[in-house]
Design a binder for this molecule. Structure first.
Ligand SMILES: [Zn+2]
Length: 231
């Protein structure tokens, strides 16, 4: 153990100086969030899935590559009722096309897509019954691998967030996609829409802003965490 590290480290796995986890969840979300995390993502120093699970009252992170179905990914017991996949959405990796009228989706919005990636005509109806949201956590290639290895994801409602600003990560993290948001930022935007509460986004983002501030101040970029220092 490193000197000065508490014997009971935060589940976010970050060194204490970088732990920004609130003592209790700051958003009592109605829409359950399930983060499927690529195994290689769990060791990123500035990863966001662990923080998200501490900020939201109802969020779980499952690490792995493939699951039989949604219930398996949620780690439900055999006695528990299987979730209704029709009430779940997945944050889709692709970009949105123009809508039927040739309009570009509004920036800072959440858009429900059909199977070919085109915005659905009745957005309100498509988003109305959503009770759960799946997010894929990893870099672009890892998230794509999760998508292809879990065919049951294609049965969920596809949704995509249209960013209104670049990721707060800035230069701290290299991303192949210029507009790529972190998992936490994408979920924050999606939940604000699904829960009809714009304050949800800011409440989720606040600790992440603090994480980025501390990382910049300490000159820390996103990198693989040294597993030996985790405990
Ligand atoms: Zn923490």
């Amino acid at each position: 153990m490193l000197e000065g590290t508490p014997s009971d480290p935060c589940p976010c796995g970050r060194p204490p100086a970088l732990c920004v986890c609130p003592p209790a969840p700051v958003v009592d979300n109605e829409v359950t969030v399930l983060v499927l995390q690529h195994p290689q993502e769990q060791d990123r120093v500035l990863g966001t899935a662990g923080l998200l699970s501490r900020v939201l009252a109802d969020a779980r992170v499952t690490v792995g590559l493939s699951w039989r179905n949604l219930g398996h990914a949620l780690r439900l017991g055999t006695q528990q009722r299987a979730p209704d996949a029709r009430q779940w959405a997945v944050l889709y990796l692709g970009a949105t096309h123009l809508d039927a009228g040739g309009r570009r989706p509004e920036r800072g919005s959440l858009v429900a897509l059909d199977r070919v990636g085109a915005p659905l005509a009745d957005q309100a109806a498509a988003l109305a019954g959503i009770k759960g949201l799946v997010a894929l956590d990893g870099n672009w290639a890892q998230a794509k691998a999760l998508w292809w290895r879990n065919p049951w994801l294609t049965r969920l409602q596809r949704v995509v967030v249209v960013p209104d600003a670049p990721s707060l990560y800035g230069s701290l993290r290299r991303e192949a996609r210029p507009e790529a948001l972190s998992t936490l930022e994408a979920v924050a935007l999606a939940l604000a829409t699904l829960e009809h509460d714009p304050t949800v986004r800011d409440r989720i983002l606040a600790p992440f802003r603090e994480l980025i501030r501390r990382a910049r101040a300490a000159g820390i970029r996103d990198s693989k965490r040294d597993r030996r220092s985790r405990r």
